[in-house]
Design a protein around this ligand. Structure first.
Ligand code: CP
Length: 309
């Protein structure tokens, strides 16, 4: 039984199974007829991931425990491990954790581990697997699958957990991964070809933009010429293939990595990605709870929607 931590650990089969479940949930919502508790431990700010996990949990009928870090015993010096163990002790069935450390799961495992599953909602600049799964769902909805598709991940690669998770998963699924970065934003531990944004728009089926992660920079990056030099301008977007799509995990720095007019353009799937976040996170919660034997297929039902007459 594994925690849901990294795209590296997921087989192609498991990814496809979760994507299939997410697409099925999109068409026909599900809920659980068992009282279970999900604890959300966010040690970094979040809008999309935290809120879509909350919507996913509410739709599934899970009771939510929301840790407010600033009002918790973390301020008295309690460790991540002791905080996680506390949730386990009081009856949480699954933990959702976002933390600035790249390897916080190792800290938990080395301290003794947990008897409940943990889902990674973002670990430092290392991985963001649930974001990656919603990105994959968006590409699958567009193209059927990603095999042979050219995906250019462009932006602040060095500080991006989204880039790492997506590159690993896309390669495993047979896509051709390219990177594009301003000088100094490259990550040489990722062995994919680097191309310019001018080259990217000519070849890409997917242009996946990333924001500059100012919070992880030692010196604030200069952004005044960034859009013109390295971003997706209107002129560059006009050269994209007709079927190609624009993606971005958000939050977006409008006018920096992308011209603001492109954010809600015909080729953009940015808000679609956010919607898909709910279905994918529902599917991941079901996947881990089933894997750990906490819920069984016969305890998951179709969710009846209210008919208003
Ligand atoms: N994409 C993403 O992780 O957004 P949040 O930081 O708002 O959760």
């Amino acid at each position: 039984m594994k925690h849901f931590i990294s795209m590296q650990q997921l087989s192609k089969e498991t990814m496809n199974q979760i994507l299939k479940e997410a697409e099925s949930i999109r068409k026909s919502p599900k809920t659980m007829n068992k009282q279970l508790f999900a604890a959300n431990l966010f040690f970094e700010p979040s809008t999309r991931t935290k809120m879509s996990f909350e919507v996913a949990q509410k739709k599934l009928g899970l009771e939510m425990l929301d840790l407010h870090t600033e009002a918790s015993s973390l301020v008295k010096g309690e460790s991540l491990y002791d905080t996680a163990k506390t949730f386990e002790a009081i009856g949480a069935d699954v933990l959702v954790v976002r933390h600035p450390s790249d390897y916080w799961i190792d800290e938990i495992e080395e301290a003794g581990g947990l008897r409940i599953p943990v889902i990674n909602a973002g670990s430092g600049k290392e991985e963001h697997p649930t974001q990656c799964m919603l990105d994959l769902l968006t590409m699958y909805q567009e193209f059927g699958n990603v095999e042979g598709r050219k995906v250019v991940i462009a932006g602040d690669i060095q500080h991006s957990r989204v880039a790492r998770s997506n590159a690993l998963a896309l390669e495993k699924l047979g896509a051709k991964v390219y990177l594009s970065a301003a000088p100094g934003f490259e990550d040489n531990s990722l062995y994919y070809p680097y191309i310019t944004m001018d080259e990217a728009v000519e070849i890409a089926d997917v242009v996946m933009l990333l924001r500059i992660q100012h919070e992880r920079h030692i010196h604030k990056a200069e952004t005044s010429d960034y859009l013109t030099l390295y971003g997706l301008t209107m002129e560059r977007a006009a050269k994209m293939k007709k079927h190609a799509i624009i993606m971005h995990p958000a939050p977006i720095n409008r006018g920096v990595e992308i011209d603001t007019k492109l954010v809600e353009s015909k080729q953009s799937r940015i808000f679609k990605q956010m919607e898909n976040g709910v279905y994918v996170r529902m599917a991941i919660l079901i996947h881990v709870l089933k894997e750990w034997g906490i819920i069984h297929e016969n305890e998951i039902n179709e969710r009846k929607t209210l008919n208003i007459i």
